[in-house]
Design a protein around this ligand. Structure first.
Ligand SMILES: Nc1ncnc2c1ncn2[C@@H]1O[C@H](COP(=O)(O)OP(=O)(O)O)[C@@H](O)[C@H]1O
Ligand SMILES: [Mg+2]
Length: 233
């Protein structure tokens, strides 16, 4: 049994039929990459899992339990964390206040303010700074730290490298590898193919709301046809 089992979901925005029968699995201690061009439905898949835009049909099981009809806060309390696209760090709250927002009563574990600062020492120095004063890389650390504060079992990361300088992307890669070693399951949406292929254990490519490829990340690296046909690169 997989930790996350998305089974034939169909998700809509009103009359727009975005996800047209998507299935995927994610496992503990593994990074599952979700690739695909802009607008194919990657964020919608993340939103379906966390319950912001529940699927109209199909099933989502987490730790064996159906979650597709649960409200987002309940899904979060079951152990699903989110690093949203665009980071969504509150500019007028301090780093520490942003991090504390991620905590959930009843979800204790390895992650606390102290261990998040241990993982991102730069954030400890910036604890009293406002979110709006941070660089893109620091904001991404806050977004990840905030999600970790809920001690998730599964972390959904939506384009975390977007807008970051190459050196910071390397740091992000190391962070994801360290998180994976803790046993965390990560679903990673990424446009940065080298990054995604470096950290992923398995990869899905989505095109027009459907999974068109699932397999070894190495195949995407070596198979020109898969890359040009589905990723346009
Ligand atoms: N809130 C919304 N209402 C209506 N359509 C939306 C909304 N959000 C996204 N879409 C549409 O759904 C499709 C998939 O979007 P999205 O999941 O954000 O794609 P991706 O993350 O792969 O770039 C796009 O055509 C987009 O325009
Ligand atoms: Mg998106």
């Amino acid at each position: 049994m997989s930790l996350l089992d998305v089974d034939d979901i169909h998700t809509y925005y009103e009359h727009s039929h975005i996800l047209q029968g998507v299935s995927l699995q994610a496992e503990s201690g593994r990074v599952t990459a979700l690739l695909g061009r802009n607008g194919v439905g990657k964020t919608t898949l993340i939103r379906s899992v966390i319950g912001f835009t529940p699927p109209r049909t199909g099933h989502i099981r987490f730790s064996g339990e159906p979650i597709e009809r649960l409200p987002s806060h309940t899904i979060a309390r079951r152990g699903v964390g989110l690093v949203p696209q665009g980071r969504r760090v509150f500019p007028s709250l301090t780093v520490e206040e942003n991090l504390r927002l991620g905590g959930l009563p009843g979800r204790v574990g390895r992650w606390s303010l102290e261990t998040v600062y241990g993982m991102f020492p730069g954030l400890r120095e910036r604890a009293a700074n406002y979110g709006g004063q941070l660089s893109g890389g620091e904001q991404q650390m806050v977004a990840i730290g905030r999600a970790l504060m809920s001690n998730p079992v599964l972390l959904l990361m939506d384009e975390p490298s977007e807008g970051l300088a190459p050196l910071i992307v390397r740091e992000l890669e190391r962070t994801m590898c360290r998180l994976k070693e803790t046993g965390l399951a990560i679903v990673l949406v990424e446009q940065n193919l080298p990054l995604a292929l470096a950290v992923a254990d398995t990869a899905y490519i989505i095109s027009k709301g459907r999974v068109v490829f699932h397999g070894d990340p190495q195949t995407i690296r070596t198979d020109d046809e898969v890359r040009t046909k589905y990723l346009g690169i």
